[in-house]
Design a protein around this ligand. Structure first.
Ligand SMILES: NC(=O)c1ccc[n+]([C@@H]2O[C@H](COP(=O)([O-])OP(=O)(O)OC[C@H]3O[C@@H](n4cnc5c(N)ncnc54)[C@H](OP(=O)(O)O)[C@@H]3O)[C@@H](O)[C@H]2O)c1
Length: 244
């Protein structure tokens, strides 16, 4: 299997960190990112700071972060084969209490972060006539929940789903595949100690683990024919709920 160079945003924690570990275990070259340098440095060292690992700290909503990620991947490894737009934030606030500043926080990190990082990698993927972009979305985009007021994060994620399809359409002719993996509730620091309280949202009556998402991301990255897909990895959450 071809060795890939993979850029992963938001890789200092949770899902992104596990995705990075999976690619490293497969022998791929990995460039990790997150906005807090100390957190990222710690993970860089935990992963062994080896020849096939590089790091770029920076906020993904700043266009320069994407440019630095691509420059580092090219200098160190000579290609950009996979981009995982994983950096993201979530919070709840009732719709009528959402301020412009609060809304912008989600649009900036989730939507603009994904948008600008993708804009930074596509020129190199066009040169290669090869590449895959995997965004991290949510099944909640098509499946709303009462009791979790989340218009700000969910509208930003809905835009990512739309971006996925349109980019897949615009760049499919260049052999660039674009997909979204949409996780159910996954046990990560995003949920603190509360994740298991949400088990019943899933038909499997349990929450997911970071490995469940990393395995799908690897499958999509290594495939040659998955594009324009929104893939729920959600224990059946989008299909229904479990009242047990
Ligand atoms: N956990 C779930 O149940 C779940 C479900 C559906 C979708 N998701 C999505 O999965 C992705 C990962 O979530 P997670 O649960 O693994 O969360 P997490 O443990 O909180 O990790 C989020 C990561 O994103 C980074 N990050 C946040 N803002 C950033 C920014 N502006 N620029 C660069 N990096 C940034 C964080 O590092 P720094 O703090 O250093 O910036 C961290 O590495 C998110 O997109 C989330 O929306 C999660």
């Amino acid at each position: 299997m071809k060795k890939q160079t993979v850029i992963i945003t938001g890789a200092s924690s949770g899902i992104g960190k596990e995705i990075a570990k999976h690619f490293l275990d497969k022998g791929d070259n990995v460039v990790i990112n997150s906005s807090t340098e100390e957190k990222l440095q710690k993970v860089f060292e935990e992963f062994g700071a080896g020849q096939n690992l590089a790091m770029v700290a920076g906020n993904v909503s700043d266009k320069n972060t994407g440019k630095k990620l691509v420059a580092t991947a090219m200098e160190r490894f000579g290609s950009v084969d996979v981009l995982i737009n994983n950096a993201g934030i979530y919070d709840t606030r009732p719709f009528l209490e959402v301020t412009e500043e609060y809304l912008d926080t989600f649009l900036n990190t989730n939507l603009k972060g994904t948008y600008f990082t993708t804009q930074a990698v596509i020129p190199q993927m066009l040169k290669q006539q090869d590449g895959v972009i995997i965004n991290i979305g949510t099944p909640l985009v098509g499946h709303a929940l009462g009791g979790a007021p989340s218009t700000a994060p969910l509208t930003s994620k809905g835009a990512i789903h739309a971006l996925t399809l349109q980019l897949a359409a615009e760049f499919g002719i260049n052999n660039i595949r674009v997909n979204t993996v949409a996780p159910g509730v996954i046990r990560t620091p995003m949920h603190g100690e509360d994740a298991d309280q949400r088990a019943g949202l899933h038909l499997l009556n349990r929450v997911g683990e970071v490995e469940d998402i990393a395995e799908m991301v690897i499958t999509v990255a290594k495939s040659r024919f998955i594009s324009g897909a929104i893939i729920n990895v959600d224990g059946g959450m989008a299909a229904g709920h479990n009242l047990n």
